[in-house]
Ligand binder design. Sequence first.
Ligand code: GDP
Ligand code: MG
Length: 440
Amino acid sequence: SLTNRLQNVFSKLRGKGKVTEEDLNEAMREVRLALLEADVNFKVVKDFIAKVKEKALGLDVSKSFTPGMVVIDIVNKELTELMGGTQSKLAKANKPPTVIMMVGLQGAGKTTTTAKLAKLLQKGNSKPLLVACDIYRPAAIKQLQVLGEQINAPVFSLGDQTSPVEIAKAGLAHAKENHNDYVIFDTAGRLHIDEALMEELKQIHQNVKPDEVLLVVDAMTGQDAVNVAQSFHDQLELTGVVLTKLDGDTRGGAALSVKAVTGKPIKFAAMGEKIDALEPFHPDRMASRILGMGDMLSLIEKAQANIDADKAAEMERKMRTAEFTFDDFLEQMAQIRNLGPLDQLMDMLPGMNKMKGNMKDLKVDEKQINRVEAIVRSMTKAEKQKPELLNHSRRKRVAAGSGTSITEVNRLIKQFEDMRKMMKQFSSMMGPKGPKGGMK
Ligand code: GDP
Ligand code: MG
């Protein structure tokens, strides 16, 4: 996937103490391929790569202590920019109702999204009216009515024998009479863009004068989705995009291209069939999701503020040379504890979510640290250095000596091994020079 490929590129960079222009070019070639494979528009890719290179060279990445991280940071920020930078809010009419028109190809998710959006608006104490303008697709009206019932929102319909333009006009009048502050028009789609569909949409547009024309785009359709967006935009003057089916196996192409190609921001993202699976779209969150970084960048910042660089470098070296012992373990626990709740940290480390399941027991609190210390202190010097020595009878002795139980000792040894794994991840993330570095 795109995320995997980008992670591969960046793990190569992270390992480098120095990033030359050649390294950067190589990395950018791979990022370029990854984006193209994810079905991002080629022109968008070209511009993107040019911008990242320019910024990276401008910062003179080679002088940074953590050059790999600087490049990742730049890519992250540029991806965010590419998707619009900041969250783009729904327009609001000066005089209600705010009129929203949903358009898009058949099956993109217009009808579902109409109801989801209504539900979101209801949460903000609004009273949306839904209007059923798709008279062509069998049972489309019924579908909207069922959804409306689920969320307790009124649905306006004149059946399937009245023209959509007339329905739209009457729906708007109805919303005004009933003091609905939002009115959302669910319109018909086609499998492909065609003249008749566009003409009908244009007429609805002229009559209801929408504040928002939201193009609903199935994110799984990749670059095709963007071509669709372009032709709708040529005809209808879109105001925004809703990306649907982001819960599926999307390659990311649509999310990354659609803003750049149409100039219109993604306003909402739908992540499932359930009626509350719609969220305002946040470009920064999407960027870190694509990079598979979780909140890694914020972890880096925290780590820079809290971890002693020399100690970290020494620990690093120990990890690499497998010298990491139970004494280091204690030390490390104390340092990591300074960063915040461990399970929160785990969420921020790429690849850690998988491991987390095995580490449910790994809770760090004061009391437990004390018991852990007691256990470690009851080990012989040799045992601390070589935990493999701790067979069953030694473990029993350690339990007795520390006033704990064999279960606790076993658990700690298991945690130690998990911690070793985690530190390995952590240190490769920080690069060989340790966490203090040139992140801007
Ligand atoms: P329309 O033809 O554009 O009105 O599309 P519909 O609203 O009828 O949706 C088509 C199909 O896509 C339905 O089966 C929906 O349940 C499904 N769907 C819509 N949005 C999402 C989404 O975000 N995730 C998933 N998994 N399915 C969705
Ligand atoms: Mg529909």
